[in-house]
Design a protein around this ligand. Sequence first.
Ligand SMILES: [Fe+2]
Length: 212
Amino acid sequence: MKQGLTRRESFLRCAALGSLRVVPGLGLLEAVSALEAHERNGSRKPTQWNEIGPFYKRLAPGNAQLRRPGDAGMPTTISGRVFDTRGEALAGAKIEIWQADDAGLYDLEGYRYRANLPADSSGKYSFDSVMPGHYPARVCQHIHYLVTTPGHKPLITQLYFATDPVFEGDPDRNYSRDPLVMSRELVRPVTLFGEPRAVHAKVDFDVVLERL
Ligand SMILES: [Fe+2]
């Protein structure tokens, strides 16, 4: 094999010569991209920083069930994993989140819609909440994150939703309508699921921390 082939070229040559087979119906380029992604395991980009804002409170409870029966707002489950930039899961990382309720209000007296959750042994976290409301000081719906674990830079960021009406269905083009949304990557797709009378939203948000 000549020197200097990229991994992709090498995989494609393998496919052409028969040493890599892809079943009919699975596109060759897609399959090779998946293979490349696995080989790259370890080169995750750190999650983009975003403002902490004025409403953070320390010592939030560890309860992942933020939504109570009867709460207004679209029931929304957020889940994801915490990684380092090499793609290693960060078990036990501390994920602090805080958000406005459906009416756009933060609980400043207590801890509604605030949580402090540990990532499990595979770096996973999850919480059950509602879609945050809009509030006058901000353009977009968002959930605040502070993620910490020993040996890594603390990550302060915010999660945004591709369904936010502010984006008018096109976050690629419109994400900067909120001047605080400096990265398209923080705007995540929303999946709807459940029964017609009990539709829930689901959002995945993995975060990647840099080592100190
Ligand atoms: Fe906020």
